[in-house]
Write a protein that binds this ligand. Structure first.
Ligand code: SF4
Length: 308
């Protein structure tokens, strides 16, 4: 018999010896030829023992057939209890299942992918609650009163499905829709906070780039301001040579591309050519006969020059 692993000091002898019975049961339950060597036994309790057999089936590396046998008190006959395939200590196991919503990471979305947003997403709250009702996040709203009572942090009391679809003519909702201001949901305070934290971490004052920058974005000409409450702390970098081009940057971020950090001097402009308009320089077309190599001025040219 193989070396036994026991939990109890009093392993039942008859149950421990019933290896053939256990093997026959395992072979009956398994496919032919997949029950391997006896791999030990465990005493489960009084007169109850589990025998293990190696599993030779491909894809079940480290798994074992576990056959539990038992014996009644004062009985000599060992009977079969159950047969099951169990993972051993070194078994090859599938990773623990994780829901897709927890596996999703920034950057995972590709073209054509749809990412459903939870109706109760804490990052969002209704953008418009209706004409006569205060905003759900308003301190006087009924929903907020209930939330305060329940000490619940959720502020998304309504879902887009509950919002009025067709605003009444002349209502505030219809005017807001005409102006293009009507969104079913907008960022909640929580959504604003986590966005600000995320942006500050990526392009904030604590980054190595900002630490080494000659000045901060707040004084940079390439900073494009943004609206809303986040505009008090962030803007968009519009310097194509900056690592933050097109990104939301903290006003306390900075980089070496700061517009005023190192202004290049203008190249020197050469002096304009001086033209003397007061005198005429003769330009002979052919050499003069007496001077040899010096060209003579043409007659017509000479006459012209005499008149001028
Ligand atoms: S160029 Fe540099 S300093 Fe200027 S806004 Fe962009 S990141 Fe900020």
């Amino acid at each position: 018999m193989s070396a036994a692993t026991t939990r109890s000091r009093t392993t039942d002898r008859l149950c421990a010896e019933a290896v053939d019975l256990a093997r026959a049961a395992a072979e009956e339950a398994a496919a032919p030829g997949v029950v391997g060597e006896h791999a030990g036994l465990v005493s489960e309790g009084d007169r109850v023992v589990t025998h293990f057999f190696e599993c030779k089936e491909l894809g079940y590396r480290g798994w074992r057939w576990a056959v539990t046998v038992a014996r009644a008190s004062r009985a000599k006959i060992v009977t079969l209890d159950e047969v099951v395939l169990l993972p051993g200590p070194d078994a090859l196991l599938a990773p623990e299942w994780v829901p897709w919503s927890e596996r999703l990471r920034p950057g995972d979305m590709g073209p054509g992918d749809l990412l459903p947003t939870d109706a109760e997403d804490l990052r969002l709250e209704p953008g418009y609650s209706g004409d006569d009702e205060p905003m759900p996040s308003s301190p006087v709203s009924e929903e907020m009163a209930e939330l305060v009572e329940a000490e619940d942090a959720e502020v998304t009391a309504g879902t887009p499905a509950n919002l009025p679809v067709t605003p009444a003519r002349g209502s505030i909702t219809s005017v807001a829709e005409e102006l293009g201001m009507r969104r079913a949901r907008v960022l909640s305070r929580y959504g604003l906070h986590i966005a600000a934290d995320r942006w500050d971490e990526a392009y904030g004052a604590k980054t190595p780039m900002a630490q080494a920058a000659p000045a901060t974005c707040v004084s940079c000409g390439f900073l494009q301001p943004i609206g809303g409450s986040l505009g008090q702390a962030f803007g968009v970098c519009a310097n194509e040579f900056s690592p933050a081009d097109g990104r939301v940057v903290s006003l306390s971020y900075g980089c070496g591309g700061h517009s005023e950090a190192a202004v290049m001097p203008k190249p020197p402009v050469p002096a304009p050519p001086v033209i003397d308009e007061t005198k005429v320089d003769p330009f002979p077309l052919r050499p003069s006969a007496d001077s040899g190599s010096v060209p003579a001025v043409a007659d017509e040219d000479a006459a012209e020059l005499g008149h001028s």
